[in-house]
Ligand binder design. Structure first.
Ligand code: ZN
Length: 102
């Protein structure tokens, strides 16, 4: 079961709204988007934010609790075979760059 360790400890949750954990709205450095993110929690306490334009970065201001809160709002729970498949399935592979879906 060692091969599935990464999948079991990585959680990716869509976050349609803006993020302002520290009172400052998080903005994508690549395309200036201010909402419609994918939050990726990598065990144990790293949180990445991915934008529709495929820009992805480690967000120091976010805690795993933020991801879990977003998770409660999300009705959908899926397992993906790979990151590429997940990005494609969730529309974070660049096809919706510059657009907000919700
Ligand atoms: Zn972007």
């Amino acid at each position: 079961m060692t091969n599935s360790a990464d999948r079991n400890t990585t959680l990716a949750i869509p976050h349609p709204g803006p993020l302002n954990s520290c009172g400052i709205t998080i903005t994508c450095a690549a395309c200036n988007a201010t909402r419609d993110w994918l939050l990726i929690h990598v065990h144990p306490d790293l949180v990445f934010v991915r934008c529709r334009c495929t820009h992805e970065w480690l967000e120091q201001d976010l805690e795993p609790t933020h991801v879990n809160e977003a998770r409660d709002d999300s009705s959908e729970e899926r397992e993906w075979a790979s990151f590429e498949e997940m990005y494609r399935g969730l529309g974070f592979d660049g096809i919706f760059a510059g657009t907000y879906l919700s």
